[in-house]
Design a protein around this ligand. Structure first.
Ligand code: ADP
Ligand code: ZN
Ligand code: ZN
Length: 813
């Protein structure tokens, strides 16, 4: 019987064959395992691949053989490889794209062309008789192979003919090699090791090598030095250093560069807390499941300020004490400094943090620390659900209702919650979903007894949940107040500041409604490429599109009617800041939005400034809605609740309820009582009324009733097919064909919405049409969507289009 292996390979063309079969020689039998990275022949090139399976038989008779195993132990743990296959199937995504999510980019390997001198070369030819280009090339190769690209960069493209010439004469060889990407993860240090008593001899010996002598002299004065520094500052070359090393006068060693992203000390927190009864009860239930290796999902429904973080921390400590690893997922790292500070304060080096702001090198370090078991706990955003934590026993998803847990672009379009459920099921571990406002789906599952519900109904501190006051903006306008602050909000800010307390003001979405509008014809200025309004930015007085980043200055005349009356309307965070300073002269404001937080660490710095009381108001977008814990904040203002209420999405009510509850939770966390003011044009909406009363259960009952009537999730599943392309005719044409196909095959089994232009009908010059499918069986939806995809994806007339299948979409914009 043959040794067969199935390997995932990233093939250049969109291909169904993501998994190829190979033979392997007997000598690999003991080392080749699932998750191993290998090189395999594809066509006449070698490619990187990952072992997924050892099949019994293959239909193909003439199989090629695996070329090489790249590492001596599997790069991807078998457990994660299994998960990758599941994701690929569940979300209809090529498996190599799933693997790209798992492996840190710095670890990926790419073939490079290298040049090296051949052994029996004729270098005795005096260099002076050679043409200068050839001489350059040869001297560059003296110390070993060099990348072809770096030769070309150094000497220019005209060395190509010289290279060919040298190759033909058999002096050099050009070859392909694989190397992991360079990451600067370590530095080379040079140190002198000549003994004192040998020194005179050494000096004599090096008389003819003045440069080597110079290096020893430098080392005499500076002690150790980084090789890079030595080369640069003293304009030396590597060969002299290497010669000294060979002679045993110096030693090189590698030092790991410290790249751990810094955590502001302000957030480190190692205080000792005694759990209250509800927390203790939660930790006991969770720990019992962990200790008994019992597969279980908990919904930790705790009001804001009920101390969920402490429950997570204790549960994780207990898991670690049992020799298990743990994973804590958070929606956005920028809000998590306090949580990270708490975990690092207690667990120290056992914790690593994974997020998109890390450099490739930092990410690699974190990955290696987990893979080797040096770190046992990972905290991270969505993609950290793939962290290679060893002996993983517990996954916690904080703020499980957040939509950032769904990846929408690119493939795989997975939901972190579902991936976590699958991963922990294979490991027989414990999953905790934590939230003050659980998603409707999750709460439904808890009610159906699929999850164990644990409630933390009270805040830790005795103070009650803050009072929420709803202000009807229609009345404000009627009574002549055109400011973005209602009279109540204005007065409350005033009172709060007078008491020396702090305010958080929340504006949904950066510059969401700061559109530019003509007062005569009423047309607003739209992006040329996307069908959404341009946003006015005060900083450079320019308009900007938040989908494609198109920028333009504000025209002096309306492009529609020629009128000169162009005005900016609505309020973005920048405008609120301007008005705030106007209304409260001398006030100090920290503004947090995408514009002020582009720099690395800027989130932390801004929050630290507010936390230390250097500013009085924290003003921001949804990035400040959750997680923050500042005891001196006693007032939260929501400038306009309507932006989320009016989104064309069946989750708009749920999102609004969550948003108000979350921002309300930012106040009254210290010893003082907090207050919340919500401004809206829709004060009677049930989402707003129940949020005002802190009444999750009533909101849930109303919402679930409506979902059942209309048949939305959790009662049915959705799949969304998006077709986009530069020419709307073709996009529409394919959308209609697919729509028709679907109606013909399965109209009695699925409900079909569309085809129609998506609410965002054009993004980056690509027109977007969508079809939404609804049915009881997700499997069936997957099957028909995949069938349509395969039918059209490779047709020539549609090769400019993209067909995207989004399984259980979170947003349908
Ligand atoms: P949640 O995540 O549920 O909104 P947090 O975990 O942020 O709540 O906790 C709210 C506050 O209560 C934090 O300042 C936290 O340090 C504090 N806290 C939590 N548990 C305790 C406890 N058992 N004793 C004293 N303070 C606690
Ligand atoms: Zn006009
Ligand atoms: Zn645009």
């Amino acid at each position: 019987m043959q040794n067969l292996v199935a390997v995932v390979v990233n093939l250049p063309k969109q291909s169904e064959k993501q998994i190829l079969y190979y033979k392997f020689p007997e000598k690999m039998v003991d080392i080749l395992k699932i998750g191993c990275r290998v090189l395999v022949p594809v066509g006449n090139a070698l490619r990187e691949g990952y072992v997924v399976d050892f099949p019994e038989t293959s239909e193909i008779k003439k199989l090629k053989e695996i070329a090489q195993i790249l590492e001596d132990k599997p790069l991807i743990p078998e457990e994660l490889m299994k998960l990758a296959l599941w994701i690929s199937k569940s979300y209809l995504s090529p498996i190599h794209k799933v693997i790209e999510q798992i492996i840190p980019p710095a670890m990926r390997i790419e073939p490079d062309r290298w040049v090296r001198l051949l052994e029996n070369n004729e270098l005795s030819i005096s260099l002076s008789v050679l043409d200068v280009r050839v001489a350059n090339i040869l001297s560059s190769l003296e110390n070993g192979p060099v990348k072809l690209n770096s030769l070309l960069r150094k000497y220019g493209g005209d060395i190509n003919s010289s290279l060919q010439d040298l190759k033909q004469r058999g002096l050099i060889e050009i070859f392909l090699d694989f190397k992991t990407k360079e990451t600067n993860s370590s530095v080379t240090i040079i140190e002198k090791i000549v003994k004192k008593e040998e020194y005179d001899n050494v000096l004599k010996e090096l008389k003819r090598a003045p440069i080597q002598l110079k290096i020893l002299n430098i080392l005499d004065t500076v002690g150790q030095i980084e090789q890079q520094k030595l080369l640069k500052e003293y304009s030396l070359n590597l060969s002299s250093i290497n010669a000294l090393e060979k002679k045993g006068y110096i030693r090189k060693h590698k030092l790991k560069k410290e790249r751990t992203p810094e955590l502001n000390e302000e957030f480190l927190n190692h205080k000792k807390l005694t759990l209250n009864d509800s927390q203790q009860n939660a930790v006991s239930l969770i720990t019992k499941a962990i200790n008994e290796n019992q597969l279980e999902t908990f919904l930790l429904h705790g009001v804001t300020g009920s101390g969920k973080t402490e429950v997570y921390l204790r549960s994780i400590i207990n898991a670690v004490n049992q020799g298990k690893g743990a994973l804590l997922l958070v929606p956005e790292i920028s809000l998590t400094h306090q949580t990270i500070g708490r975990f690092k304060g207690v667990l120290g080096q056992q914790v690593v943090v994974l997020h998109s702001g890390l450099s490739e090198g930092e990410r690699l370090d974190a990955w290696n620390a987990l893979r080797s078991g040096n770190a046992k706990v990972a905290i991270g955003v969505r993609s950290a659900v793939f962290a290679p934590v060893q002996n993983l026993g517990i996954i916690i998803i904080d703020e499980e209702h957040e939509s950032t847990y769904k990846q929408t672009e690119p493939d795989p379009r997975y939901h972190t919650r579902d991936v976590a459920i699958e991963r922990i099921r294979n490991l027989n571990g414990v999953l905790i979903l934590g939230s003050a406002t659980p998603s409707i789906e999750t709460y439904y599952n808890a009610k159906q007894n699929n999850y164990t519900l644990i409630e933390l109904a009270q805040r830790v501190k005795a103070n009650p949940l803050p009072k929420v006051e709803v202000v009807d903006l229609k009345n404000e306008l009627e009574s002549g107040n055109k400011s973005i602050f209602s009279r109540v909000l204005h007065q409350s800010i005033s009172d709060t500041l007078a008491k020396g307390e702090q305010v958080i003001l929340f504006m949904n979405r950066r510059g969401y409604s700061t559109f530019v509008l003509c007062r005569e014809c009423g047309e607003s200025l739209m992006c040329k490429n996307c069908s959404i309004s341009l946003t006015y930015h005060f900083v450079n007085s320019e308009m900007r599109c938040h989908y494609c980043n198109y920028r333009a200055s504000v025209p002096t005349k309306c492009p529609h009617c020629g009128s000169k009356y162009i005005r900016y309307f609505g309020s973005g965070t920048q405008q609120v800041e301007v008005e705030l300073i106007k209304a409260f002269p001398g006030i100090k404001v920290t503004r947090m939005d995408v514009d002020t937080t582009t720099r690395k660490n800027s989130h932390q710095e801004l929050l630290a400034e507010f936390s230390k009381g250097e500013t009085q108001v924290l003003l921001g977008t949804q990035m400040i809605a959750k997680g923050l814990d500042f005891p001196n904040v006693t007032l939260v203002g929501v400038i306009a609740a309507d932006t989320s209420l009016n989104l064309p999405d069946f989750r708009a009510g749920e999102k609004t309820f969550q948003l108000i509850t979350q921002v309300a939770g930012r106040t009254g966390r210290g010893d003082k009582i907090g207050k919340v003011i919500v401004q809206t044009y829709n004060p009677e909406h049930y989402a707003i009324i129940h949020a005002k009363n802190h009444d999750y259960k009533s909101f849930y009952e109303k919402e679930i009733e409506q979902r059942q009537i209309i048949g939305y999730p959790p009662f049915n599943s959705l799949v969304r097919i998006i077709i986009n392309g530069h020419e709307e005719d073709i996009v529409m044409n394919l959308a209609e064909k697919i729509g028709l196909d679907l109606k013909n095959i399965s109209k009695d089994k699925i409900e079909i919405f569309g085809p129609a232009p998506a609410p965002l009908a054009k993004i980056q010059n690509r027109f977007r049409w969508q079809i939404i499918l609804k049915a009881n069986s997700l499997d069936f939806l997957r099957k028909v969507a995949w069938h349509e995809y395969k039918k059209y994806v490779n047709l020539k007339e549609y090769n400019q289009l993209r067909i995207i299948i989004d399984i259980e979409p979170q947003s349908i914009l």
